[in-house]
Each structure stands twice: as C-alpha cells, then as structure tokens.
Design a binder for this molecule. Structure first.
Ligand SMILES: [Zn+2]
Length: 339
C-alpha cells in the first residue's frame, strides 16, 4: 500500500476506489453528487478529489500527494481554482447571485495542468432560481471543470439536476472504521451511528451525563405512582427546557427508548448503550408487549411532531405516561397522537 494521503481516507472503500480509478483514467464525470448522512466524509473526500485533479504529483492510483503547493493550498482553502458555494451568513438558502458568480468564473481560463472544482455544499439549499441557474452550468461544463454537489438528501435536489450528475452514495462507517477514525470511546462511537463528524463533535462527559439523565427519567417513569408524578413532570420540563439543546436531548431519549425496544424484542446486538445493558434489560423486562408497541408509536409520533413545532414538554410527558402501566390506558383515550 502506498503511503499517500489519499490512501488514508477512512470508510466507503468501494466508492473511494471507484472515484480514484475514474481519476486515474481521466474518466471522472464533470458533474457529481456526493450524497449520504452527515459526518461520513463527503466534503472531506470532495476536497481530496479537488486535490487529486490539481496535484502535480498524482500517483497512478489517482491519489493526490497531499504535500505539494497545490495540495496544501486546497487544504488551506486558498487554491484559486477550488471553491465552495455555500449558504452565506444571514441567509438560509444558496442565492442565485452566488450561482451567477460561479458561472462568470467558468468563463475564465484555467491554468495548464489545473482543474476548476466547485463544491456546492449543501446543494439542497439552492432555491429554485439558483438550482435552475446551476442546471445551466451543469449542462455545458467547460473542459477541466468539475462540480461536486454535496447533500444529505438526494431527493431534495431537482430531478433535472440529479439526472445530469453521477451520484455517489456515501454510507455510514462500520464500527471498526469508526474506532480507527473517531475518538477511542466505544459509547461515543456507538451513539454516532457511523458518522465520524458526529463522533468527533461529541463530548463524552456531556454524552454520559445526558444519557444518564434520560435513563433515570425512563426508570422513574416505569416506577411512577401517585406522589412521584410531580417530580417526574418536573424532570420532563427540565428535559424540554432549552430549545437549542432540545433536538439533541430528544435524540438521546430516542436512542435510549430504541435500546429498550431492542432488548424487549431480543435484538441485543443492536443496543447502543452497551455499558448500561443490564439497566436497559431491567426496564424492558418490566414492560409487556403492548407497552413496547406504545413506545414504538411514541417514537413515530415524536419524529412527526418535531417537524410541526409541537409543545416540547408534551413529548417527554407523553413518554413518561406511555411507559407507566397505570397511566398508559388513560393515554389511549386522550388521543394525544392526533394533535
Ligand atoms: Zn499534490
């Protein structure tokens, strides 16, 4: 194996090999879409491609050297022919003016041996006008010009754009690759579900604190009765307090609840919180099959509700009531899922 930077890219080996081979044979498509979940290396690898296209010392396998002036300029974000079009501060969409500027740059001559590379990231943030302008650029790309549209959701791109691009699907990394690329912490890696970006952004101490709080909440909900409900609703309010953190907290609740479902259905190998497996098993053993169905319903309801600006505490209150054998039947009649 050669020691080039390109060889060290972790994950998605078949896809990376295919792109490298296309690069080596000068067969790289001019318009590409890199799609896949957050944090699996789409942008990182798009920059590697940009390096390889411009590297003066590219090897026979299509790998950039990573050390020459051009490769370093791409790393530093200062290469004159490699640009990213993204959402600008104060905006939520990629504007048509940005795509017009890109198209103006297409008119400029590219230095011999160089390639012009545009990363559109995140491509699904183009508004209809910018997407249409982009389409024109994709229709007739000048020689030595490449576009990489990066997205987490291929289906948010216009079909006409999709049909003009070669689509490369990035997958979540496997456990082994994650442990190699991400932090040396099994719980963090398991929670990240194949996303190196998410694993690296996770503070292990904060994760454990949040997870423990969620687990304690779930345990108290199963045991709750009479006088303990006020304290439980206070905890629920606490989980729902901050809008900024709420998405993350609810995701944590979802991971713990899913683990309980896995334990309840004998799918132990899917459990994320392996360090507290016994507590998860304990909770699952106290829930009857209808309760497992109810909490699966809760997960579905929550995913839908979050898109509709629901009262945040309602979700955690509903979970507590769902988990408790005494209150669950009352909840059935309340019709909360229809809200
Ligand atoms: Zn180089």
């Amino acid at each position: 194996m050669n020691a080039s930077v390109g060889a060290a890219f972790l994950g998605n080996a078949p896809l990376v090999a295919r792109l490298r081979s296309q690069l080596a044979r000068e067969r790289l498509p001019h318009a590409m879409i890199f799609t896949g979940p957050d944090g699996v290396g789409k942008r990182t690898f798009a920059l590697r491609v940009a390096q390889a296209l411009n590297c003066g010392a590219r090897d026979a396998h299509g790998c950039e050297c990573g050390r020459c002036g051009s490769c370093r300029a791409v790393d530093a974000g200062s290469h004159p022919d490699v640009s990213t079009v993204s959402v600008e501060a104060g905006s939520t969409r990629i504007r048509i003016e940005q795509i017009r500027e890109l198209r103006t740059r297409l008119e400029l001559a590219v230095a011999p041996g160089s390639a012009q590379v545009f990363l559109i990231d995140p491509a699904e943030r183009m508004n209809p006008a910018s997407a249409n302008a982009m389409l024109k650029a994709l229709e007739e790309p000048p020689d030595r010009t490449y576009f990489v549209l990066i997205t987490t959701n291929l289906h948010e791109l216009m079909p006409t754009i999709r049909s003009r691009c070669q689509v490369y699907r990035f997958l979540p990394l496997g456990m082994e690759e994650m442990l190699e690329a991400g932090p040396d912490d099994e719980l963090v890696v398991r929670w990240a579900r194949g996303s190196v970006g998410r694993a690296l952004a996770t503070d292990p101490v904060e994760l454990r604190a949040l997870r423990d709080a969620v687990l304690a909440f779930v345990e108290s909900a199963v045991d709750a009765g009479g006088a303990t409900w006020p304290a439980l609703f206070a905890e629920s309010a606490d989980l729902a307090r901050s809008r900024e953190e709420y998405g993350e907290k609810l995701r944590a609740v979802g991971v713990v609840v899913a683990d309980i479902l896995y334990a309840g259905h004998g799918l132990e190998d899917r459990i994320v919180n392996v360090d507290v497996r016994e507590r998860i098993r304990q909770i699952a053993s106290r829930l009857d099959p209808p309760a497992l169905v109810r909490i699966a319903d809760w997960i579905r309801f929550t995913e839908r509700a979050l898109k509709n600006h629901v009262n945040r505490q309602l979700l955690t209150d509903a979970l507590a009531l769902t988990l408790n054998a005494e209150t669950a039947p009352m909840l059935e009649d309340a019709g909360w899922r229809d809200r």
